[in-house]
Design a protein around this ligand. Structure first.
Ligand code: SF4
Length: 251
């Protein structure tokens, strides 16, 4: 039988008395924006939200796209998708590209002044417009839908792009406001599987505005410094579920 995971962590817990830099990933900052209570319980009290199923197929698409873009990076040629879309950019050839992609151990980082928050983000790719020397953030997404691919109701994706733009700006890069989502859509209209999943691939542009990020990080820092647990959000039912169970068990 599979052993149950312990939800109580003993590492990576924020200590409000310590001044040692503490890593907060861009996904944890997003968690703070969605539900400060969940963020606090995770980062300050050491109990993470139950995870969804691992996105193994998405990770496979990410890996293959990275290899494909790396081929064009080594040749300093534009990827055909960018040529098709008349976008003048080549994969950015920078010695830190693999570090920036390594969300687990490094990523792009910035120690936020007047806090001990070291904000980190693991990017999928960066391109360079050689005409104006602006770097362009690219993020790979995989899905399977018959609906038109769009960024409608994808606020979390937009925030992700803006946090990456903010992180690179804070690291001294000139960053284009326009970023791109490389969207791979698994096709369901083939006659059979035959050990192959075909994808349509499209490029969605997004013009980011990262002006909100500074304040969001300061608010997340204040939340971690506080001894008061924030109240829960209205968008998620887990807390109500746990409360209902406790009430039933207590009779
Ligand atoms: S409402 Fe949901 S997201 Fe918020 S603390 Fe409860 S479980 Fe976490």
């Amino acid at each position: 039988m599979q052993a149950h995971k312990s939800y109580k962590r003993i590492r990576n817990i924020y200590d409000p008395l310590s001044t040692t830099p503490f890593k907060i990933s861009r996904s944890k900052l997003d968690l703070f924006l969605k539900c400060p209570r969940c963020f606090y319980i995770d980062r300050r009290l050491g109990i993470g939200h139950p995870e969804c199923f691992p996105y193994t197929l998405n990770n496979a698409v990410d890996e293959l796209l990275k290899k494909e873009f790396d081929t064009y990076r080594s040749q300093q040629k534009p990827h055909p998708l960018f040529i098709e879309n008349n976008i003048d950019a080549v994969p950015f050839d920078h010695p830190d590209i693999d570090k920036w992609r390594d969300s687990l151990h490094h990523g792009i980082q910035y120690l936020v002044p007047n806090t001990n928050i070291n904000l980190t983000g693991g990017i999928d790719d960066i391109l360079l417009n050689q005409n104006n020397d602006l770097i362009i953030i690219a993020d790979y997404k995989a899905t399977s839908t018959k609906n038109e691919i769009s960024l409608t109701n994808r606020e979390s994706y937009k925030r992700q792009m803006e946090i990456y733009q903010w992180l690179f700006r804070k690291n001294g890069f000139n960053v284009s406001n326009t970023g791109y989502f490389v969207y791979c859509n698994g096709k369901k209209d083939a006659n059979g599987f035959d050990k192959q999943l075909q994808f349509d691939i499209s490029l969605l542009s997004y013009t980011g505005d990262d002006s909100w990020v500074d304040l969001a990080v300061i608010k997340a820092y204040e939340c971690l410094q506080s001894d008061t647990i924030p109240s829960h959000c209205d968008e998620c039912d887990y807390c109500q579920y746990v409360k209902a169970i406790s009430e039933v068990l207590q009779g």
